[in-house]
Design a protein around this ligand. Structure first.
Ligand code: NAD
Length: 257
């Protein structure tokens, strides 16, 4: 009898996962899929109403989900969430940094507040969150960290100079930390969505959306679930030997070696 190892299922029972930006778009699809696969999921988001609604819906289906209010740009808030996770679960197995934000505009129009927001939401916030939970993962000698960056961070995107810098920084940080985490069985990977059909993309002017469609070889936007599927895979036992990698999910808009 031939054993097909690759056919093993992804296992999330007994795993505690925290997903930032879990109230909307790619983050919400990630939350839903991981909860359906058996994880105990903390939906960490600044949007209280949408986060509570998501948690209530999942709990009504008998799944393990809790909303925690988190502003990833606020270190004190991160510390409170860490205390809550420790007090209620005593561990964190999976951390997905999905929350992020950007806006297309010429570089010269970026003011101090805009630059600070883009850098903290997409780079320093995720770094601080990992800084809070990495020691716990080292202690347990296991962990999966998935950082949602962007193709902008791989190739540089027109009108998104600061966002590209922040996401590029997140990619480099993920690779470097993967080297450090490997000896503790902590995997660190980055997922790079291309233009994906979420409220974030839809907040951009129609002319940019049309321009994106023209350069995507598959001639359609990604669905948030398609990106979430890769995040869930990277966070699963099926990706135990994958670390320091960058995976684009983008209909072929970039093909980075
Ligand atoms: P979205 O706007 O649908 O969801 C983002 C979520 O993050 C929201 O629930 C929002 O409330 C939350 N959030 C915002 N600020 C926060 C904060 N300070 N603290 C905690 N949560 C906060 O966006 P999305 O399209 O699903 O984006 C998810 C990730 O994918 C982001 O990192 C984004 O940069 C990246 N991305 C998206 C696209 C795209 O086209 N949608 C492309 C490339 C990369």
């Amino acid at each position: 009898m031939i054993s097909i190892e690759g056919a093993k299922e992804m296992k999330f029972e007994d795993k505690v996962a925290l997903i930032t930006g879990g109230a909307s778009g790619i983050g919400y699809c990630t939350v839903k899929s991981m909860a359906e696969l058996g994880a105990d999921v903390l939906i960490a988001d600044i949007n209280v109403e949408a986060g509570e609604k998501a948690a209530t819906e999942l709990k009504a289906k008998g799944l393990k989900a809790e909303f925690v209010r988190l502003d990833v740009t606020d270190k004190a808030n991160i510390a409170r969430v860490k205390e809550h996770v420790l007090a209620t679960r005593g561990r964190l197995d999976i951390l997905c940094n999905v929350a992020g934000w950007g806006h297309i505009q010429p570089f010269v129009d970026n003011d101090d507040a805009f630059i600070a927001k883009v850098m903290s939401l997409n780079l320093t916030g995720p770094i601080e969150l990992i800084r809070a939970f990495f020691p716990l993962m080292i202690e347990k000698k296991t962990g999966k960290i998935v950082n949602v960056a962007s193709d902008a961070g791989r190739v540089g995107s027109l009108g998104e100079s600061v966002y590209s810098a922040a996401k590029g920084g997140l990619i480099s940080f993920s690779k470097a930390l993967a080297r450090e985490g490997a000896r503790y069985n902590i995997n660190v990977n980055a997922i790079c969505p291309g233009p994906t059909d979420t409220p974030l993309l839809k907040s951009e002017p129609e002319k940019f959306l049309e321009a994106f469609l023209k350069v995507i070889p598959m001639r359609r936007f990604g669905q948030p679930q398609e990106v979430a599927d890769s995040i869930v895979f990277m966070a699963s036992n099926r990706a135990d030997y994958i670390t320091g990698q960058v995976l684009s999910v983008n209909g072929g808009i970039t093909m980075v070696g």
